[in-house]
Design a binder for this molecule. Structure first.
Ligand code: GFB
Length: 311
């Protein structure tokens, strides 16, 4: 990418897209193309086609998606498959048709089989049944990966795909019904502390294991791969370390400065028992995560306190 290349960051108001836009600006890229979802509904094929025909972006970071935690994925199943298929079909196809130089597609670690061997290697894709709570979302993301591969095979279009693990950081969704576990627990612990409550609620058994990557690190990896990689392989992006949900809750209590009891709501699903990515392919390419969970939690909590109303 030249520093003045026209770079479209789709989804720049979300946690991931905003981190990518910040990273590009820090790295000296000066010609970012940005549209809010109000300005451009990426599910709308005609509007997206017109946007690409007019703007002809050279590089595209495809970070626009309908995302959410286990409950949102499990209940808004139709929206998760329809919105994501529409958005990615419109972006990938119109990027190719309008002569884009390269596109980076963001997938997700939930594309891998529910009971995949751990740590999960990229080649385990499509080797087993998916986790039922997020199957519609995962199927859409798998379609995106395969679309990038197919457009590369048939048309020579430079599309690359990355699979981030569970993400968190500034700009995350802290809504208790639709968010992922980390922001949900941060808000619950914060409110328990504020209200002087002696306990707070954790969904499920607390035993599932998850890997958490700070969104600024993800953005760094995406810019690194856009600048340096052009091949058919997909890349896992993670830290290579995981913890139980109970351990995460304890780490968040430490960050917030709260010492109450953990209560488990076992009527809520656990989801996949473990989801640790094998990140050796990315390590060999020359990239490693920099932010520890402790540092990432502190930075995220600081952001939450400064943006509590919006969060
Ligand atoms: O982050 P999370 O919603 O999604 O939940 P997944 C991870 C684990 O934390 C599950 C537990 O075992 C939840 O039951 N958990 C405990 C909680 N307390 C809470 C809480 O208050 N809120 C939430 N949300 N969880 C998502 C997928 O799976 O991960 C998406 O549904 C996507 O498709 C995303 O892949 C990265 O890690 O289970």
């Amino acid at each position: 990418m030249r520093k003045d290349s026209k770079i479209y960051v789709a989804g720049h108001r979300g946690m991931v897209g905003s981190a990518i836009a910040r990273k590009l600006t820090e790295a000296g890229y000066t010609n970012l193309l940005l549209r809010t979802s109000k300005e451009l509904d990426l599910r709308d094929s005609s509007a997206t086609k017109a946007f690409f025909e007019t703007e002809k972006p050279e590089y595209i970071f495809q970070a626009a998606a309908k995302v959410g935690g286990i409950l949102a994925n499990n209940t808004l199943r139709a929206e998760f498959i329809y919105d994501n298929l529409q958005i990615q079909n419109n972006i990938i196809h119109n990027a190719y048709v309008n002569g884009a130089e390269k596109l980076l597609f963001l997938g997700s670690s939930c594309i891998y089989p529910k009971l995949a061997p751990q740590p999960i290697k990229e080649e385990y894709l499509l080797t087993g049944a998916l986790e039922p709570t997020n199957e519609p979302y995962a199927v859409a993301k798998i379609a995106g990966i395969k679309m990038c591969e197919a457009y590369r095979d048939q048309y020579g279009f430079k599309a690359i795909s990355v699979m981030p693990t569970n993400l968190y950081g500034p700009g995350d969704n802290f809504d208790l019904q639709s968010s992922h576990v980390l922001p949900a627990l941060m808000r619950k612990v914060h409110e328990a502390k504020e209200q002087g409550s002696s306990e707070f609620m954790i969904w499920g058994s607390g035993t599932p294991m998850r890997e958490f990557l700070y969104c600024e690190d993800l953005a760094d990896a995406c810019v690194f791969l856009m600048e340096s990689y052009d091949g058919k392989e997909i890349f896992n992006i993670g830290t290579g370390e995981d913890c139980t949900i109970r351990e995460l809750a304890l780490a968040i209590m430490e960050t917030v400065g709260y010492e109450g009891e953990l209560v488990f709501d076992r009527s809520k699903p656990d989801g996949t028992p473990r989801k640790l990515l094998d990140v050796s392919r990315l390590a060999e390419a020359g990239w490693k995560a920099k932010t520890s969970l402790t540092d990432g939690l502190s930075k995220t909590y600081k952001w939450f306190l400064e943006n509590e109303a919006a969060a």
